[in-house]
Design a protein around this ligand. Structure first.
Ligand SMILES: *Cc1c(COP(=O)(O)O)cnc(C)c1O
Length: 448
């Protein structure tokens, strides 16, 4: 065992050390090589070391260098080394983290991490939270809590009696709401399309003046950090109007919520603490390994009412809360351990530095690309930059060549009718030199 695990760690370290010099996207030959995995299910056992060798030698080159310093696609962070190390140790513990009694360390460490997060993200201290796979499931959990409360106020128990015959719920969201919110609404029986959409401005922010009149059971979903522009909905104004009418306000803050931890960006999150629930990711800007998202709900009973589970054989009574009473899963890994490790090792200042550095680097991209004659389509308020290299066809061609060149990687998007390259700066590993050499590659390719 010692030899096998030592070999795994040697291989992992070699992989990480090679990220800076390899092509960010896997080469076509590395992808071609993946066919070697396509063998019949072995009948006989073989040396585990041989299996690890195949995984590394064939698998590692076929990966995208997402953990490296010049991957700028999809708002993806790398793993801070301390979080990968914590992940390895927690993997060795192999805890089934749903029950406090069964896994005291995992549950306790996650409790502490949740408390620290509420403080760091400037959310109300009375909130409860849940560690889930990502912001999609966090949106789902928070909206399940919302569904429970707005129907309970109308005299209906959604968990016990389902939705057939229930009083209708009005769901209000911006035209730019993330598809994970609409997907969650579909899963919850509230309907992906059965929503009231509020028009947005040129940055994708919901227009508070276009909010409909609210009455009856209502959930309003706002966004902190648009995936294209990084813009924030005017949450203070929306909370005031929604709460005056008794509605629930949910915030999708998958990456934008982290602005609260950075003094120079915290103003963007004004009013967000007044909402009723929040979803965010730790695998994005906190730079912990996949997968890790977080749901926060102001009223702990609301989330518990939506998620609680009981059975004779489950040891549910304890001095602390049972994690499985707050998540869709019963069995799950102790993903909060890596969050704890990131928070404890970076501290408040280290996290602020990470967020602010990435935001400055986004500005650096925008300034240099604009100076080179290319159009920046968004106000760069956070870590997102949208750049056009000309018409749609040319921009797409340039992006494809940038991806093939391998110096860096960024994806394509269409923003309010215009095709653009979308640059997201979210990694601890990115230096200003990485930005400069990525811009140089982009400009060289675009001018060609
Ligand atoms: C990434 C993202 C999501 C979905 O998060 P996952 O972790 O991929 O489930 C939801 N909302 C916004 C605004 C996002 O950026």
């Amino acid at each position: 065992m010692k030899e096998l695990l030592g070999d795994a760690s040697d291989r992992a370290i070699r992989y990480l050390e090679g990220l800076d010099s390899r092509s960010v996207a896997p080469t076509p030959s590395a992808v071609e090589q993946l066919r070697a995995f396509d063998e019949p299910l072995p009948v006989q056992s073989t040396d585990p070391a041989e299996t690890l060798r195949v995984l590394d030698e064939i698998g590692s080159p076929g990966t995208m260098a997402m953990a490296g310093p010049r991957f700028f696609g999809f708002v993806i962070g790398g793993s801070l080394p301390v979080t990968l190390a914590a992940n390895w140790l927690a993997g060795a513990w192999d805890q089934c983290a749903g029950l406090y009694r069964g896994t005291p360390t995992a549950s306790f460490v996650e409790e502490i991490a949740l408390r620290w997060l509420l403080d760091l993200l400037r959310l109300p201290p009375e909130c409860t939270g849940a560690f889930v796979t990502g912001a999609t499931v966090a949106n789902f959990c928070a909206l399940a809590a919302a569904r429970h409360v707005v129907l309970k106020q109308a005299g209906w128990n959604a968990e016990a009696d389902g939705l057939f015959g229930a009083p209708p719920i009005t769901v209000v969201l911006g035209e730019e709401a993330h598809p994970s919110v609409t997907k969650s609404l579909g899963l919850l029986g509230l309907g992906r399309s059965r929503v009231v959409k509020v028009p947005v401005d040129d940055q994708g922010r919901m227009r508070a003046d276009k909010l409909p009149a609210i009455s009856g059971p209502t959930i309003v979903c706002v966004q902190a950090g648009n995936v294209n522009t990084g813009a924030f909905d005017p949450t203070e104004e929306i909370c005031r109007r929604a709460h005056a009418a008794g509605a629930w306000v949910h915030v999708d803050g998958a990456f934008g919520l982290w602005a609260a931890a950075a003094p120079s960006r915290a103003h963007l999150t004004a009013g967000i603490a007044q909402a009723d629930s929040w979803a965010t990711d730790a695998h994005k800007w906190l730079n912990v390994p996949y997968d890790c998202g977080l749901a926060f709900v102001r009223d702990p009973h609301a989330l518990q009412a939506a998620m609680a589970i009981t059975a004779e054989y489950l040891p549910t009574e304890s001095d602390y809360r049972n994690p499985a009473d707050f998540t869709p899963e019963l069995s799950r890994r102790a993903r909060g351990v890596e969050v704890w490790a990131a928070l404890r090792s970076l501290g408040r200042e280290g996290i602020a530095e990470l967020i602010e550095r990435n935001c400055e680097q986004a500005r650096r991209f925008a300034t240099q690309l604009s100076a080179a004659g290319f159009e920046i389509l968004n106000d760069v308020v956070l870590n997102q930059v949208l750049v056009s290299f000309g018409d749609a066809e040319k921009t797409q061609r340039v992006i494809k060549e940038i991806q093939e060149d391998g110096t860096c990687w960024a994806g394509v998007t269409v923003w309010q009718g215009r095709t653009a390259m979308r640059i997201s700066v979210s990694s601890w590993a990115t230096t200003d030199d990485d930005v400069d050499c990525s811009v140089a590659a982009m400009v060289r390719i675009a001018r060609r």
